[in-house]
Design a protein around this ligand. Structure first.
Ligand code: IPD
Length: 271
């Protein structure tokens, strides 16, 4: 029969928390001086891989027929009813520097739709979770996103992809947005930013070029908290630009961003 949503969520939570504990325990206090032969980023890459291997092993032990899509290990097909979408460390730069906003993200799809998601933010001791139709939770606390906030008073989170070519465009977009909102936050983890929308710690979030595993779990958490998540101008969720906010603010942000053509790769005047 169809896998049970509550069981899938319980497993996602256990796995995300275990991987989070492992990463906290193994994170070098000063990643930049730990390795002499390899670069600091390699230390993180090794832990990224180890965490994904742990997650995959736990999924395989509990549900051997399920498929898994992970940032490090790619797409492993399955024959069961579910597909797991995992990001072992979302916010690797924060992880590297010892900033607490990085997350282990574990989502579960059934028939192509996310039905459960867990986001562990272990250095904050926080566990966000949602099952489809069951609300969004921070530990045992029910989450509701902020509503009734107009754009000019909105605290807006965003992020910047690492590709240099896009950064000039992102800066242009930001220059237009910054004077029109309360303020901007660049938290450093797409998953944490979306959970922050769910928790009302920011009013909105937008970013282009994030990956499915970054937002698969946290996107469900945000929608279960009452937020809308999607692309620009009615484009579906999962296209280049991702916007997330309560419905009214979502529309305002869409109206601000879309005319800037923010999904281009060339700065103004250089096309
Ligand atoms: C990154 C974070 C960051 C966002 C980048 C992502 P990663 O994920 O979510 O906030 O700005 O676009 O790639 O690489 O640390 O898993």
């Amino acid at each position: 029969g169809a896998p049970d949503q509550a069981e899938l969520l319980a497993l996602a939570v256990i796995i995300a928390e275990e991987a989070g504990r492992m990463l906290v325990a193994k994170r070098p206090a000063r990643p930049e001086v730990v390795e002499t032969k390899t670069s600091p980023t390699d230390v993180v890459t090794a832990l990224d891989r180890a965490a994904e291997e742990l997650i995959r092993a736990r999924i395989a032990a509990a549900r051997p027929y399920d498929a898994v899509l992970g940032e490090e290990g790619g797409d492993t097909p399955g024959t069961g009813g579910a597909r797991w979408v995992v990001d072992p460390i979302d916010g690797t730069v924060n992880f590297l520097y010892g900033l607490p906003d990085w997350a282990v993200s574990v989502a579960v799809e059934v028939d192509g739709e996310i039905v459960a998601g867990a986001v562990s933010v272990p250095q904050r001791g926080e566990l966000y979770s949602a099952a489809k139709g069951g609300g969004a939770w921070l530990g045992g606390e029910r989450l509701r996103c902020n509503t009734g906030v107009e754009l000019g008073r909105a605290l807006v989170a965003t992020g910047f992809g690492y590709a240099a070519a896009r950064r000039a465009v992102q800066a242009e977009v930001l220059a237009h947005v910054l004077p029109r909102v309360r303020d901007i936050r660049r938290g450093g983890s797409c998953a944490v930013d979306l959970c922050s929308v769910a928790a009302g710690r920011v009013d909105a979030y937008y970013e282009r070029g994030t990956h499915y595993w970054d937002h698969a779990a946290a996107g469900l958490i945000a929608t279960e908290a009452g937020a809308r998540i999607g692309g620009l101008r009615g484009k579906p969720y999962g296209t280049d630009m991702l916007v997330c906010a309560a419905p009214g603010l979502f529309e305002e942000l869409d109206g601000l961003l879309a005319p800037l053509d923010p999904e281009r790769d060339t700065p103004a005047g250089q096309e």
